[in-house]
Structures are given as C-alpha cells and as structure tokens.
Design a protein around this ligand. Structure first.
Ligand code: FAD
Length: 406
C-alpha cells in the first residue's frame, strides 16, 4: 500500500489549509490529500451568487491548481477509515497507510430527506443556495418574481453556516423592495427551530430586519415534502404529527445535514454521528493518530469557514507535536463567524466563541448593519480564502471580548 506521513481526507477549506500549513512548517513530511472533486468551491460566495452580486464562476477553481506544491492529490473518494490499522480504503479498492490522519470531508447534504425535492430542485421555482447550480437559479427565481408567495426554509440544527438560510431571505426581500414589488410578495421564513439565531445577542437586530421587510416568521415548522408541479410545500410541526401544506411561487430550501455516512457509520463517530475530537486540541478522543477539523466535527462551534481558519493552525501545531511525541499545546477557542447580509451593502457580522461568548474583530457594535462588514464579506473574505487560507498564510486576527450584559 502507498504510505504517507500525513493523509488528509477531503480537500475543501479545512483540508487545503492544513496541507499548505503542514507543507510550510515541515517540508520533509510526505502529505496526501484525498478528494474526488475536480473543482473547489468557495461556498460562502453562494449567498452572493443567489443575490446576483457575485458570478458563480468566481466561486469555483480547479482543485489541481490549489493543491500545494509537493503535496500528492489522490483523486478518489474515501470509502472507509480503519484507525486500528492506520489505513484508509478508497472507492477504487486501493488502501493508503498513514502515520497521522486528518479527517475533514465536510458535512453531508441530505436532499433525499425531503420527499420530492430532488426531482424538482432547479425547476418550478424550487431552489437552494446550498447547491452550486442552485445558487445561480436562486437569482433567476428572485429576479423573475413580481408577486405571490416566497417561502424560505431552515432545517433542524446543526447545519453549515447557520445564518445562510436567513441571508437568502433578507437579500431577496431587499431586491424586491428596490424593484418596488415587495408589497406584492408574501415572504415566509419557516424554521424548524424556535429562534431566529443561536446567539441571543444578535437576535434583536435581526428581528428589526425581519419587521422592516414584513417577513412572516414561522417557528417549529420542518419541511418534509415538496410537490414542484403543484407548487406546494409540506411542513411538519415539530414535536407533533400535524402537517401544514403551504402553496408557493418560489421556495428556497436548505436541506437537512449530517456527518458524511462513512464517518457517521465508523468507529470515529460520537453518539450523534459526528467526528469525536477534543474540542480544544482537535485530536480524536479515542485514536491518537487521528485529527479533524471543519464541518464534520462534533464540537459545539458554528460550522463555518471562519472556524476552519482558526482550527487549521491549532491542528497543524498539535499534529507536529504529536509526531515528535510531545504534548499538544495549541488549543482552539471555538471561534466562528457569520456575516449576516441584511441588505445589499450592509452586514451584521456575528462573531463568537465556545459557549456563545461574543467577540469583535472590527471594534464597533457589530450588531449594527455595517457597510465595512459588507465589504469584508463581498471583497476581503473571498481573497483571504483563496490567497491566505488555502496557502496557509492567513494572518492571525486579534479580537476583543464583548460584554453582552450592558
Ligand atoms: P468543505 O469545504 O465542504 O470540503 C469538504 C471536502 O471533502 C470537499 O472538497 C469534498 O469533495 C470532500 N469529500 C467529501 N466526501 C469525501 C470522501 N468520501 N472522500 C474524499 N473527499 C471527500 N462559512 C463562513 O465562514 N462564512 C459564510 O458566510 C459562509 N456562508 C456559507 C453559505 C453557504 C450557502 C454554504 C453552503 C456554506 C457557507 N459557509 C460559510 C460554510 C463553509 O463553506 C464551510 O463551513 C466550510 O467550507 C467547511 O470546510 P470543510 O473543509 O469542513 O468542508
């Protein structure tokens, strides 16, 4: 079998950040990234694609051009991981050996969990920014709607970028407002959960935005089926077996999400199916040669690229210590961020650590919709991703803790 010092499962935001940093820190290590996908997506850009702010093409690059020099790209799908033997099995039957493993295959989008969705996604006004072509179709749907009912859904947590479902609502409503048709459109935001955002500190600002556009909020409603031809969506009221059928002219769907099946069904998973790592060191709780980062983790941080940016240097430092037989000293504080696009040109930039502790990088009251934060979202973050994170050279940011009592 082929053997590498470090094998990385998944070449997304997490996998490439770690590969680039490891390569810089320890050029003597042999490193392989396993990922079947030929294109790499900057997924946070899809919110802006859905609003016609960013072309889809600018969120995509050839994976081959992003793999750091000296790192081997194995263009295959991982079928299973065998931490007792320190091997990974690929779809093509090959077995790869490692000294250290980094698990970062992201999150799985369970489109099948909603009856009828797959058949109609991308047609009949049924769309999703969580899908690459869907993001472009969202913009088509939004542009073409002049009246009627627009439904936006949010499944049970956890999902990646928990703010993305409502970002789609706000940008669509702002577009309709600017076009002068918002008063003819009934916008409904149906959430499986019972609050607008996980961190209470930001909720009043977001509620103001909801009221401004006249969005109807529906809590504890979980989308379970879609009939594209009839243009009807069926919701289950959480905790009951009661259902509601709602007609729509367009619907933006966010699919339920889970850890990828090959992780969920492995010895690496915790009870809920997520990768079972220590929340500070990012090393696996049972297997000392396994580390992980990104959306696949069972830790309580927000599943965002912003979290990955903080996790990558911690993981790399600890992985190198572990190879040297030294104690793991770096620790991740649970940082995550969510740039909530409340209108064209304005963002509420939510930033927080484990336990919902609020922090601030920009040093103003970040609950206020801000143009500076929009520029970060639309211009700076994409550059930081492609040229900083993926090359392992993004700068460390200092943040101030915010007193949320006052
Ligand atoms: P990914 O980047 O998803 O990469 C996973 C990789 O693993 C993929 O390349 C995949 O091909 C590969 N893979 C999967 N299965 C296998 C397998 N079996 N074998 C080998 N390889 C495999 N984050 C923010 O910080 N800010 C935002 O504003 C933001 N907005 C978002 C909006 C949307 C619409 C979406 C969808 C996401 C958004 N995110 C945002 C979240 C962000 O994109 C993710 O948190 C981030 O990409 C996670 O990185 P990752 O490496 O864990 O997974």
């Amino acid at each position: 079998a082929e053997r590498y010092s470090v094998v990385i499962v998944g070449g997304g935001a997490g996998g490439l950040s770690v590969a680039a940093r490891l390569r810089r820190a320890k050029p003597e290590l042999t490193i392989a990234v396993i990922d079947p996908s030929a294109t790499h997506a900057y997924q946070p850009g899809w919110t802006l694609v859905g609003a016609g702010v960013m072309p889809l093409a600018s969120t995509l690059k050839q994976q081959g051009g992003l793999i750091p020099h000296g790192v081997t790209w194995i263009r295959e799908r991982v079928r299973s991981i065998h931490p007792e033997d320190m091997t990974v099995a690929l779809d093509n039957g090959a077995v790869i050996e490692y000294r250290r493993l980094v698990v970062c295959p992201g999150i799985q989008l369970n489109w099948d969990a909603i009856d009828g969705l797959k058949e109609t996604l991308g047609r009949n006004g049924v769309t999703s920014n969580y899908d690459r072509d869907g993001a472009a179709y969202t913009w088509e749907c939004v542009r073409n709607l002049n009246g009627g009912t627009a439904i936006f859904t949010q499944p049970p947590m956890p999902i990646k970028c928990a703010g993305a479902p409502q970002k789609a609502v706000y940008l669509s409503c702002d577009y309709w407002r600017r076009e002068g048709v918002l008063h003819r459109i009934k916008a409904q935001f149906c959430l499986a959960g019972d609050k607008l955002f996980g961190i209470n500190y930001y909720v009043p600002s977001l509620q103001k935005v909801v009221d401004y556009y006249g969005i109807e909020l529906r809590f504890k409603e979980n989308l379970i089926a879609i009939d594209g031809e009839k243009k009807e969506a069926t919701f289950q009221i959480i905790g009951t077996d009661q259902v509601i059928v709602r007609p729509f002219d367009m619907i933006h769907v966010v699919p339920p999400q889970s850890a990828p099946d090959f992780v969920r069904q492995s010895v690496l998973a915790n009870e809920a199916g997520w990768l079972d790592v220590d929340s500070a060191t990012l090393r696996h709780n049972k297997f000392e040669t396994v580390f992980g980062l990104g959306d696949v983790l069972g830790t309580s941080n927000a599943k965002t690229a912003a979290a990955v940016r903080e996790q990558a240097p911690v993981l790399v430092k600890n992985l190198i210590s572990s190879l040297a037989g030294e104690p793991l000293e770096a620790s991740y504080d649970g940082y995550g961020a969510c740039p909530l696009t409340v209108s064209y040109g304005k963002v509420v930039l939510a930033e927080f650590l484990y336990g919902g502790k609020v922090v601030s990088s920009l040093r103003y009251d970040q609950r206020k919709p801000s143009r500076i934060a929009w520029n970060f979202k639309a211009k700076i973050f994409p550059k930081l991703y492609w040229y900083g994170m993926l090359r392992g050279i993004d700068p460390k940011v200092s943040r101030k803790q915010v007193n949320t009592e006052s």
